[in-house]
Design a protein around this ligand. Structure first.
Ligand SMILES: *Cc1c(COP(=O)(O)O)cnc(C)c1O
Length: 391
């Protein structure tokens, strides 16, 4: 577990040197594209060391720098880069580590845009992908080919909630000189630190818990200094996909409350999970910190907590009833994403045509729920409203 005092220090102080900006408590938004020099020698040095000096804001910017110091420290990583989306962090982490002819092993059903990259973009560059059920380490072993250079993980998976034994996969990959990447959006570094378990690169959608207020899209990628520098000097600068000073400022602001938000959400989620599990209209529920979860022991071993995202299955033979459930609630919002202050619901049947609905297919009766910062009873009463509407 990461020491809570260390976390407080990172969130409140690390990277903030107030003497640089009139002793203002809140750091300024350094809204500038470029930086000035008085001496050619100094200018020369900045041109040579763009990855560590203020020269041009597509590279390093002071507000973004404060944020990235905090995020790298939370990840227990040497360095990190902040992107203008989690998808950009995913794309870059993979793209920077492959060449034509390579083979990638990915967990099945990774985040949508990771999957679209694997299926639609990489084949154009002669890179192939094998999807495996990551719950069993043997599936990784069996999928390794002579040209496998990368293993892509997401634990817990934000849709299936499947876990991978990160330490075991990292050990296997290291023995074969294969690079490992883990999408850690579900846990955030407060609840899981893949780098400490031996994973090479950890990434997350900062849109979710890091920002936490449903008003910024951003991503983080952390690793060793050498790896981050290599990515900075190539993909990051080439594509110009860094976050902006304003969004970095909002993310710093979001980080101030990360610890309290996660604690609150974890507590409320347990209450909501218990309520739903005992509800007669609920067939089943999937949440990594639920005692009946298939990989509960692994979850307890490698995660320090579980957040507000889980799924449950409604007992019904009618798609209309699921629609009524979702549409009758007055506070829980129907929307994609998660990690903000607001509770959300996402029915799987939203991607099923009414005439194609098959109640025997449990997946079509699945709802993904995200628990926000509201009072637990407020959420339960709203769920009750949804169940009542189904009667
Ligand atoms: C949202 C999400 C992403 C993508 O992040 P964006 O900030 O939306 O680009 C990646 N992985 C997971 C697990 C996510 O939930």
């Amino acid at each position: 577990m990461i020491d809570p005092k260390t976390v407080s220090n990172i969130l409140n102080e690390l990277g903030e040197d107030r003497e640089d900006y009139f002793n203002a408590i809140a750091p300024p938004i350094m809204q500038t594209s470029n930086f000035a020099f008085k001496k050619v020698d100094d200018f020369r040095d900045a041109l040579e060391n763009e990855s560590s000096r203020y020269l041009y804001s597509r590279g390093i910017n002071p507000t973004v720098q404060i944020l990235s110091q905090k995020l790298a420290a939370l990840d227990c990583a040497e360095d990190c880069l902040v992107f203008n989306s989690g998808a950009a962090a995913i794309f870059t982490s993979v793209f920077a580590n492959i060449k034509s002819g390579d083979h990638i092993i990915s967990v099945e059903k990774p985040y949508t845009w990771a999957q679209k990259m694997f299926n639609n973009v990489l084949p154009r560059f002669n890179v192939s992908v094998t999807y495996v059920d990551g719950r069993n380490i043997e599936n990784f072993e069996k999928a390794i080919q002579p040209n496998t250079t990368l293993i892509y993980l997401e634990s817990p998976n934000s849709w299936t909630f499947y876990l991978q034994d990160l330490a075991a996969v990292a050990k296997l990959a290291r023995s074969k000189k294969i690079i490992t990447i883990c999408d850690n959006s579900y846990c955030t570094p407060l609840y899981q630190r893949p780098i400490q378990l031996g994973i090479d690169l950890t990434l997350q959608s900062a849109t979710k818990y890091i920002n936490g207020h449903s008003d910024v899209v951003a991503g983080v990628l952390s690793g060793t200094k050498a790896m981050v520098k290599k990515i900075f000097s190539s993909e990051y600068m080439n594509m110009g996909i860094g976050t902006t000073p304003f969004n970095a400022w909002l993310l710093i602001r979001g980080l101030r409350t990360l610890q309290v938000r996660l604690t609150r959400i974890s507590q409320t989620t347990q209450i909501i999970v218990n309520y739903l599990k005992s509800h007669e209209e609920v067939e089943d529920l999937t949440f990594p910190f639920d005692k009946d979860f298939r990989q509960y022991d692994l979850a307890k071993k490698q995660m320090d907590g579980a957040c507000g995202l889980f799924s449950f299955y409604i007992k019904t033979d009618s798609i209309k009833k699921i629609e009524l459930f979702c549409e009758s609630m007055q506070h829980i919002i129907m929307a994609v994403s998660w990690g903000g202050y607001e509770s959300l619901i996402m029915p799987n049947c939203a991607s099923v045509k009414e005439e194609d609905f098959d109640a025997n297919n449990k997946e079509q009766r699945k709802l993904r729920m995200y628990v926000g910062l509201e009072d637990p009873q407020y959420i339960i009463e709203d769920l009750e409203r949804g169940f009542d509407a189904m009667k």
